[in-house]
Each structure stands twice: as structure tokens, then as C-alpha cells.
Design a protein around this ligand. Structure first.
Ligand code: IPM
Ligand code: MG
Length: 354
């Protein structure tokens, strides 16, 4: 048996993970994988029950699992809590605790949704890129000061630190992934200004020597942000640090038309975690209108990367393609002339297409 820990989290996290589990059950019945599910809380939901956004027990359960399926966390209700109790802390606790050093965020343009993209169809059509974001280092985890007084003036600071092994690890993964794709890596940094970026670039160049068949280029992050919307087709794999990856992956999500469809995999040494890149959308929670496709596609990545069930992963992706091709649309991607459906119904349709 393969143990999956499901962490629905807050807001629409509940309904979208329920959808993804339904799809996993269907695919399991078809491919005979032998999946077992166990549920844990995180975020505001965990805070309400246990007084902390992530319990040690939940983290331990994840460590022992074959894969973690995560919904989303956060909500207005918990915004005024001190930083260490906020729902987002659960995400950092899981990333650090599970050593999830690489976040893979693929952007794919669905031909059926090309008109939902705010960008020109001829510009985005055919783009297919993968952002490989470093996830447990850099300014997100460096020393910081929330407030101090210097010469009578209040200030605050954060620190960007990267070590050679940290950069090597993420770069290798990016190159290995590029070998399985179109063989191109773009490293994004700010080496014209930041010391940590200069080390980043040096290490990337060194690692690249072991991958003569993979093409490497470098872009400064400001230019990369512009190139993503000017000419997204030039990219195959983008490798970058934690904060640049955070920013660029939201931007890249626009290329695909809807953030509701974007999955992600956070790869760790012990286990890996899969989640949609959108948030918990408390305003639409429990209304049966959220798009579960990003989470279902994240479950497909779990099948692919953690369970090595490529055929099952493909089957899930194909079922989503078919659902879209048949004209079914949740509210976030609905346009005139298509068939509008809610979370439960679209899940049923996807299962039917498996
Ligand atoms: C993401 C999110 C998180 C991040 C937030 C919720 C802390 O934006 O996963 O991209 O900044 O990493
Ligand atoms: Mg983000």
C-alpha cells in the first residue's frame, strides 16, 4: 500500500482536495496502485483545533508518507495572529521540516482556454515551461529583524543567503528535468547587484559543465519578468531562487489562462508535497464553485514523481484535457458558449473521463 497524507487546510482547500481524492480513488481502481489516505490539519484549521498552524504529529505523519496532497491555507480570520501562529507558517514548517528544496511549477497553455489568457493567443499559444524554484533557502529563511532602532529611526531587515551545496542541489534537479524536456535551462538571478546572485550564477555555470547536452542561458530577474510575457515560448526550464521563483511563478500562471489550473510539486529528500498554486479563496469556500483542476493536476504530479505511476498521471491529465475540450467550465474559466459547472459536478465529469 502507498500512504498519502491529505492536508485539506482552509477555505476551498477542503473541497478541492476532496475532489482530487475522488479522482485518485478512481485512477487507483483502474491502475491497481493501492493507495491509502490519512488526513491531517494545517493552517487556520489546525490553529483552531490545536493552537498551532502545524503540529509535530502532522509533520511526522508526512515524513512517513509516500506523498502529501495539500490544499491551501489562510483566511482573514487569522490575519491578526502573531506571525508564528499564522496559517502560512504551516507552509514553511512543512517546507523546512520535509526538506522540500525544489518547487516545480509547470505552465501549460490549454488550446481550449487560450482565449481566457489576457495575453495575445499567438504569443502564448504553444508555450510550455517549468519553473524550478528553490524553496527552503534565501531571503525567506535568512536572519531577519522585525524592528530595531538605529540613530533614532525604526528599521527592519531580511537576509538573502545561499550556500554552494544549496545552489548545486537545485541546479542539478533543474538540469536533470531539462534533459527529460526540451533541453534548455534559463537561470534567473540579479547578479548585477546581489552577491548571493553572483555565487548563484557561478555555481550554475559549474554544474552545467556536467550537462553538455543541455543549453544554458542567464537572465536578470527584471528582464526575465518582461520576457515571460513578451515571448514565453523561449523558455523550457527556469531555475531560480526562492523569492524570484515566488514572483515569476505567479506571473507565469497568467500565461496558462487561469491560476485555478496550475499544479505544483515540492520535491524533498524524504517525501514530496503536491498543491495547487492558488490560495484558499475564503470568499468562495463551501459554495461549490472552486475549480479543483489545479489540485487534481497536482495529484497527477504526485502519481508521476512520488509513485512513478506515469501512465496513471497521464490518464488524469488526459481526463482534464477531455473535460475542457468537451466545453465544461468552472466559474473562473467560464466564457459565453461553454457549459458552466460547479466543483462537485466537474469532479464527476473528470472521473467519468478516466
Ligand atoms: C507560494 C505562496 C507562499 C510563498 C506564501 C503563501 C507564503 O505565495 O507558495 O508561492 O510565498 O512561498
Ligand atoms: Mg507565491
Amino acid at each position: 500500500m502507498k500512504k498519502i497524507i491529505v492536508i485539506p487546510g482552509d477555505g476551498i482547500g477542503q473541497e478541492i482536495t476532496a475532489s482530487a481524492v475522488e479522482v485518485l480513488k478512481k485512477v487507483d481502481a483502474k491502475f491497481g496502485i493501492g493507495l491509502e489516505y490519512d488526513y491531517r490539519d494545517a493552517g487556520g484549521t489546525s490553529y483552531e483545533k490545536f493552537g498551532t498552524p502545524l503540529t509535530d504529529e502532522a509533520l511526522d505523519a508526512c515524513k512517513k508518507a509516500d506523498g502529501v496532497l495539500f490544499g491551501a491555507v489562510g483566511g482573514k480570520k487569522w490575519d491578526s495572529l502573531p506571525v508564528y501562529l499564522r496559517p502560512e507558517r504551516a507552509i514553511f514548517g512543512l517546507r523546512k521540516g520535509l526538506g522540500l528544496f525544489a518547487n516545480l511549477r509547470p505552465t501549460k497553455v490549454y488550446p481550449e482556454l487560450i482565449n481566457s489568457s489576457p495575453l495575445k493567443p499567438e504569443l502564448v499559444g504553444g508555450s510550455d515551461l517549468l519553473i524550478v524554484r528553490e524553496l527552503v533557502g534565501g531571503i525567506y529563511f535568512g536572519p531577519r529583524c522585525e524592528s530595531e532602532t538605529k540613530d533614532g529611526v525604526e528599521q527592519a531587515w531580511d537576509t538573502e543567503i545561499y550556500s554552494v551545496p544549496e545552489i548545486e542541489r537545485i541546479t542539478k534537479l533543474a538540469f536533470e528535468t531539462a534533459k527529460l524536456r526540451r533541453g534548455k535551462v534559463t537561470s534567473v538571478d540579479k547578479a548585477n547587484v546581489l552577491a548571493a546572485s553572483r555565487l548563484w550564477r557561478k555555481v550554475v555555470v559549474d554544474v552545467a559543465k556536467n550537462y553538455p547536452d543541455v543549453e544554458l542561458n542567464h537572465l536578470y530577474v527584471d528582464n526575465a519578468a518582461m520576457q515571460l510575457v513578451l515571448n514565453p515560448k523561449q523558455f523550457d526550464v527556469i531555475v531560480t531562487n526562492n523569492i524570484f521563483g515566488d514572483i515569476l511563478s505567479d506571473e507565469a500562471a497568467v500565461i496558462g489562462g487561469s491560476i485555478g489550473l496550475m499544479p505544483s510539486a515540492s520535491i524533498g529528500e524524504l517525501t514530496s508535497l503536491y498543491e495547487p498554486i492558488h490560495g484558499s479563496a475564503p470568499d468562495i469556500a463551501g459554495k461549490d464553485i472552486a475549480n479543483p483542476m489545479g489540485t487534481i493536476l497536482s495529484a497527477a504530479m504526485l502519481l508521476r514523481y512520488s509513485l512513478k505511476e506515469e501512465a496513471a498521471a497521464k490518464a488524469v491529465e488526459t481526463a482534464i484535457d477531455k473535460t475542457l475540450a468537451d466545453g465544461w467550465r468552472t466559474a473562473d474559466i467560464f466564457t459565453d458558449g461553454f457549459k458552466r459547472v460547479g466543483t462537485a459536478q466537474v469532479t464527476e465529469i473528470i472521473c467519468g473521463n478516466l
